[in-house]
Design a binder for this molecule. Structure first.
Ligand code: NAD
Length: 366
């Protein structure tokens, strides 16, 4: 089991979600996701309670803090957190520690979310929308698992002066073991192929990572594991993305590779994510608060709806419901409906609420 999610003291049909709509288009796309959850709750006889809290600029304007202790406590006491997006011009000039980004880092740290899952999966109906040729992209379906709380972004010492800047890339044994284990567990549920990405030809820290991955591999003999250097991986993802099933990699490399992997498959408005720890899990679209289209009913809610699918899969262990959501999204896209961000000339452009209604209608009848 990846996250706390299933509490053995509770019925497996009762779940609590904290929703953090945030700023800009966050409330619009989270409203879409909640509409989907409501339909699934009724359809499958679940009991899902959703408690909404202020987060980001919306919280700052009321409480003078982006993340209050009360919101954090609620996130620690639920089965799963659903986040929209935070930030916007109104809060851009606050001191660094008061900015929305600081609140995002804090919530991830406080919830111990050490693994970030980003699927790179192509919806058949959008295969022509990518910068890659359809024959290269078609059938691509892999998962990038990025270590989120270690490595060079957090290592000490760090700093800069007038003459130099420095950071430290360091991984402890337990940090590599637990992310490698998640990688192998995920591969076991998929095609049983794991690629571990490092830079072991240059970095000792990467050689250690590689050694640890192979140690953990002993517990998963059915999984085929390949080591790949990060520079080669960046090329391979755009050359032949279909070769991948599960990728596991450290924080810095995952930051870059997960963006490349996501963008070959679609627009920002299509890309979901899950951040997982041993006790908690948080689901969010990868896009920001898109202030340029906020409040206009134009935002693409699919990334957030697909984040709900990841929640059902990882936190609630209900893969069949996750698959239902993905199928409903696929069906709506096949019908030709597009929000503006994924539309080509001649497509029928619809609003956030229209595409959400279409997804929920499809869920009700499937
Ligand atoms: P952004 O992702 O908000 O927007 C980039 C572009 O993509 C914009 O043109 C926007 O309209 C479009 N876009 C994004 N999501 C979309 C969607 N669902 N549907 C349709 N179009 C969509 O990135 P940005 O403009 O660099 O940042 C805006 C704000 O969001 C900033 O304050 C930034 O700090 C914040 N941000 C927050 C998060 C987060 O909450 N996790 C992540 C990234 C950026």
């Amino acid at each position: 089991m990846l996250a706390k999610a299933i509490n053995p003291e509770k019925s497996k049909r009762m779940f609590t979600i904290v929703s953090l709509p945030g700023d800009g288009i966050g409330p619009e796309v989270v409203a879409s996701a909640v509409q989907v959850i409501d339909v699934l709750e009724e359809k499958h006889g679940l009991e899902i309670s959703i408690e909404e809290h202020l987060f980001g600029g919306a919280s700052y304007d009321v409480h003078g803090e982006m993340l209050t202790d009360e919101t954090l406590a609620a996130c620690k006491n639920c089965d799963s957190v659903l986040l929209g997006a935070v930030g916007g011009p109104k809060w851009e000039n606050l001191p660094h520690e008061k900015k929305p980004e600081a609140a995002l880092l804090k919530i991830r740290k406080e919830l111990g979310l050490f693994a970030n899952f980003r699927p790179a999966k192509v919806y058949g109906a959008l295969v022509d929308a990518s910068s890659l040729k359809p024959e290269i992209l078609s059938g691509t379906d892999f998962m990038v698992i990025r270590e989120l709380t270690g490595g060079i972004y957090f290592g000490q010492p760090r700093g800069y002066d007038d003459n130099k800047g420095w950071n430290t890339m360091v991984y402890e044994k337990y940090e590599v073991e637990r992310i490698a284990r998640l990688g192998f567990e995920t591969a076991m549920k998929r095609k049983k192929r794991l690629v571990s990405i490092d830079k072991a030809n240059v970095l000792e820290c990467s050689q250690f990572w590689r050694n640890m991955v192979h140690e953990v591999h002993k517990d998963f003999p059915e999984v085929e594991v390949t080591d790949m250097y990060v520079d080669n991986a960046a090329m391979q993802i755009v050359r032949d993305p279909k070769q991948f099933d599960v990728i596991v990699t450290k924080n810095l490399f995952g930051d870059i590779l997960s963006d490349i992997s996501g963008m070959i498959t679609g627009s920002l408005g299509m890309l979901p994510s899950a951040s997982i720890g041993s006790e908690h899990a948080l689901y969010e679209p990868i896009h920001g608060s898109a202030p340029d289209i906020a409040g206009q009913n134009k935002a693409n809610p699919i990334a957030t709806i697909a984040s709900v699918a990841m929640m059902f899969e990882h936190s609630f262990s209900m893969q069949h419901i996750a698959d239902e959501i993905y199928r409903a999204i696929e069906k709506v896209l096949e019908s030709g409906m597009r929000t503006a961000d994924i539309a080509n000339a001649g497509d029928r452009i619809v609003s956030t609420t229209e595409i959400t209604d279409a997804v929920t209608a499809s869920l009700k009848t499937s």
